[in-house]
Design a protein around this ligand. Structure first.
Ligand code: URA
Length: 451
């Protein structure tokens, strides 16, 4: 067997690693026999020389096999599904999609993450609901899928331990942005959920990991190839991440917008993403015969209230008191009787008459992050009540001095510089500008579906 330095040298010199060599590498990472310096050197070699699709597939499979792989009752064959998003601003899709899919007959063991830098995390959002427990044992996950059809939980200790080691070292060796390493990390965790079908929401734009559509497509193709190589029917949706998804950004505010959506009062762009991602999954499971039927079925589950009922039961199963879950999900609730409200709010005004041409989601998210809504390092606490509500829509005509953004903040107050940055997120067009409805209001740009 080759030594670890031989493997590093081989990749460093741009050669293809064999299946056995990749297995040796991942085993040595998992059992602790590979030194951190060697892992860092291998990560840098992979970052520089890349991997062929075949190598990435084996890397993904070996990472998945480094820990526990979930198993499901055989009656669920074909029905176990999940979604992964590459990270966005105001991305609350999971909170609506998981219960909607459950209402359509799917089993959704959604393992989600926490926010980092300017992107939010589903677990942080759900933890704003008093009592919600993201850490659930395998037996409870099975019980929730059996009785409700969905759960949204954090990663367990036993799932893909190789990723925990590699992910931490990628951060400290500047090797995060490598296509094979991102692919292995994301798909190995989905593989360990033993999914039948997976849809990826791969974002592009100023607030996304990849700024342009072409690079996002490469990532989408790499993820789709790796998912399919594990036997998971995998598709991808390429969606624009320039502004915000929906009107709210910040953990508590996003829960409110998600629950409003589950009550049939959601914004069009969020509904477009939910119905497209859900429609793709329903098509891949064979529960519907085409995408438009899938979209309609998801939309009915949301508008008709079946998804809200699933959401309420999921909250109770994950530790939320019955009365709290009922209150949150009742038709006319005072959300702030359940969710903490920030101590202060301030409204920003339009500087002139015009048409709302653009809102820079990255700038909003960066300032909110500075005000405590996000974390810079894994493990840091976040302030759940800090956030912003967009009070206007793209394409809307506004007069001078109208409120366009409501900022929710705690002490200390935002500095003048932070207020100026927030104001700079708004671009107004001339009052007689006619917006292009296709590019301004639709987030979904392309689909990458299995044949
Ligand atoms: N999410 C992951 O889990 N891993 C990555 O590498 C990137 C995003």
């Amino acid at each position: 067997m080759q030594s670890i330095p031989d493997l590093i040298k081989k990749k460093r010199d741009g050669e293809q690693l064999s299946d056995e060599e990749i297995r040796t590498f991942i085993r040595a990472v998992t059992d602790g026999t590979m030194q951190e310096s060697q892992i860092g050197a291998m990560l840098m070699a992979i970052w520089q020389k890349g991997m062929l699709d075949a190598e990435t597939s084996i890397l993904t499979r070996e990472m998945m096999s480094s820990g526990e792989v979930m198993s499901w009752p055989k009656e669920w064959a074909g029905l176990v599904v999940d979604k992964h998003s590459t990270g966005g601003v105001g991305d609350k899709v999971s909170l609506v999609l998981a219960p909607a899919l459950a209402a359509c007959g799917c089993k959704v063991p959604m393992i989600s993450g926490r926010g980092l830098a300017h992107t939010g995390g589903t677990l942080d959002k759900l933890e704003t609901i008093p009592g919600y427990n993201v850490q659930q044992p395998a037996a409870q996950i099975l019980e929730m899928l059996d009785s409700v059809g969905c759960c949204i939980v954090g990663q367990t200790e036993t799932l893909v331990p190789a990723d925990r080691v590699l992910y931490a070292l990628r951060d400290t060796t500047s090797t995060v942005d490598s296509l094979p390493l991102i692919t292995g990390s994301i798909i190995s965790k989905k593989g360990a959920e033993s999914l039948s079908a997976l849809v990826l929401d791969v974002k592009f734009g100023r607030a996304a990991l990849y700024k342009d559509l072409e690079s996002a497509k490469q990532l989408a193709q790499s993820l789709v190839n790796a998912g399919n190589s594990l036997g998971i029917c995998t598709g991808a949706v390429l969606s624009c991440m320039d502004a915000t998804i929906g009107r709210c950004v910040g953990n508590s505010l996003e829960v409110i917008e998600s629950v409003e959506t589950l009550k049939g009062r959601g914004p069009d762009d969020l509904m477009e993403l939910v119905t497209t991602l859900g429609g793709v999954l329903l098509k891949m499971t064979g529960l519907v015969s085409d995408l438009s039927e899938g979209r309609a079925k998801i939309s009915d589950a949301v508008i008709g209230g079946a998804a809200l009922t699933k959401f309420q039961t999921m909250l109770e199963k994950q530790g939320v008191a019955k009365e709290t879950a009922r209150s949150l999900c009742s038709a006319h609730t005072d959300y702030h009787s359940v969710l903490r409200k920030s101590q202060h709010q301030r409204e920003l005004k339009t500087p002139a008459e015009g048409v709302i041409k653009d809102v820079d989601g990255l700038v909003l998210a960066q300032v909110l992050h500075q005000l405590g809504a996000g974390r810079s390092k894994a493990g840091e606490p976040v302030n759940h009540s800090v956030g912003a509500e967009l009070l206007v829509s793209l394409g809307q005509r506004v007069g001078k001095g109208e409120s366009w953004l409501r900022l929710h903040y705690e002490d200390p107050a935002p500095t003048p510089d932070q207020m100026n940055r927030l104001q700079s997120a708004l671009t107004l067009g001339e009052p007689d500008d006619t917006p292009d409805p296709q590019t301004q209001f639709s987030l979904v740009r392309e689909l990458l579906l299995p044949l």
